[in-house]
Design a protein around this ligand. Sequence first.
Ligand code: NAP
Length: 338
Amino acid sequence: MQTRTLGTTGPQVSALGLGCMGMSGMYGDADRAESIATIHAALDAGITLLDTGDFYGMGHNELLINEALRTAPAALREQALTSVKFGALRDPAGGWRGNDGRPEAVGNFLAYSLQRLGTDHIDIYRIARVDPAVPIEETVGAIAEAVQAGYVRHIGLSEAGPETIRRAAATAPIVDLQIEYSLLDRAIEDEILPVCGDLGIGITAYGVLSRGLISGHWSRDRKAAADDFRAYSPRFSGDNLDRNLALVDALREVADGKGVSVAQTAIAWVLAQNARQPAAIVPLVGARRRDRLAESLGALEVTLDADDLAAIEEAVPAGAAAGTRYPEEQMTHLDSEK
Ligand SMILES: NC(=O)c1ccc[n+]([C@@H]2O[C@H](COP(=O)([O-])OP(=O)(O)OC[C@H]3O[C@@H](n4cnc5c(N)ncnc54)[C@H](OP(=O)(O)O)[C@@H]3O)[C@@H](O)[C@H]2O)c1
């Protein structure tokens, strides 16, 4: 497995990370045994970075990772690095109730995550959404104290905009920004990628398959369950879905021409962006089954030359996506979109 260094202060991680969110209900039901087998298969293939959030299934995802690591061979368990998001407030019905980045909340979230993960430290810790009521210096400062105390190794950001990134980096070393980046989501190329490049901050890219929309496995006939994010995502709805699937058809022609799958082409495109970014870009693939994971890993073997990249650009031009990447209300919580 190729590796990359996130940020100027590390850590070294596998070129692909595994995002575990979909194993805890965000995309409808997931099979627990298959989820754990997928984490084991990822570690076995050399993936070292496991991404989670304490609010994915209200702790379910961290407990799942705990079980997967406990039941993995010691050598694989020891190579695993945990990247944990905190701050999102939930309610008993599963609703979303804003974000809490107060320093006293950081310590509280951290205490519970350490317990659920069954570990004495978290490798990368970040607030999922910038809390507009708390200066980022205070939130990052609280994580920096946890680094001093040994409970956290590195500090990351999530969906932060350029000004917040600069202020955070002036407070403490930031190793990565986790943000949506895919053929359908390229807004970060204008300002956020250059800022991160200048400051030596890596990118852990999520939604590289646009939540399955550009995986080649989504179709008009596939219905998302009511509790699946995709049931209320603007990109998966009505005419937007037709327009986005037409982009996938165009991308499939490029993929077919190379003898690889649509998902592999989409992931390889994100990997290829490393060539023009000084700090590492590491796609987090959201596989929750071993067959999907195996397909994603195949992207590491795909080389895209200038002609391939031009053909992909023609198939899916920047800004071609129909619909916003989150529903309207959730868009307002994205510091990166302000
Ligand atoms: N910081 C943030 O705000 C934020 C937000 C969202 C996610 N994340 C993190 O990023 C990770 C990845 O995000 P994501 O799950 O939205 O990304 P994604 O990789 O774009 O989408 C994953 C979904 O795509 C489908 N898929 C189809 N073919 C696949 C393949 N070959 N490999 C993997 N998935 C395939 C799967 O759905 P089916 O299984 O239904 O086919 C899977 O659940 C999450 O797990 C989470 O850790 C962070």
